[in-house]
Write a protein that binds this ligand. Sequence first.
Ligand code: NCD
Length: 327
Amino acid sequence: MPKPSTTKWTRKHLLGLEDLSAAEITTILDAADKCFPYAMGRKAAPQTLKGRTVLNLFCEDSTRTRTSFTLAAERLGARVIQFHAATSSLSKRESLLDTARNVEAMGLEAIVIRHPERGAPQQVAEAVRCAVLNAGDDAHEHPTQALLDFLAMRHHFGRLDRLTVAVVGDVRHSRVARSNLYGLKKLGSRLVFVGPPVFLEGIDDIRVPVETTTDFDAVLPRCDAVMMLRVQFERHEGIVFDADDYIRGYQLTPRRLARAKPGAIVLHPGPVNRGIELPDDVTDGLQSAILHQVTCGVAVRMAALNLCIGAVDRERKAAKKPARKGF
Ligand code: NCD
């Protein structure tokens, strides 16, 4: 096992991995490992968030991330309020920031936000005093998804350095790809973006160097892990996509997987387009870590909520201290 991090967590917000240091990432993963035995809910977790309230402010669809944040908060004893954008006053054009300030005024410790605009979680964080956790903003960042990917990889390989990870498919529209890139580079691993030219274009927002290739078969023999991305059809306005071509070049078939390093694992953030990125026998096969990723997600979100709400508590406590007399 890697050395545990001794870095103390001081941030109220978890907005992206681009801003975090390797030590901070390791601190969250170590905390997530401590939460892991409680993630499935079969053993009662210490009620560290009893009496606290978390708001899930999701302005985009979600199954795994919303459920996983909800379970994470509830397992720690918090109450969770589900905000549904379509039936809220956002539909009456109340701004996101007014919405966030108003719900905070009812007494919240954390807002978990998913939003179709890049930077929306950052803006909310600047407008409120509670913790803000980014659950995905446009094709920008999805920090807890990358952290759960790292935890699943650390469980399998016992380390997160000197690994080669291929991130395959619709890189252009993927916040998962970006957060993985920022994090894995800091941890000392190598990441390769793989896909057809149309999915490797439009990634100039990424400010760190990254290897890219259209040749999936050539890259596989170097890979410890193959992370397949969902083809994000809902973001494909103006893009011509030929499913047969894509499947021929980029589906991870059992034959392709056999070319990866022995012991390589298959990751996918979900939801899987079965038959496009992955066939059933690989999705459900022995090398698939996909369901383990989902369990890791609850542990990572328990850790992230504990750490960020802990920072809110320290700030509130410091604000209550009487000012020192004198100069
Ligand atoms: C990802 C997302 O929403 O960005 N999924 C997830 O959070 N589990 C990836 C995707 O939707 O393809």
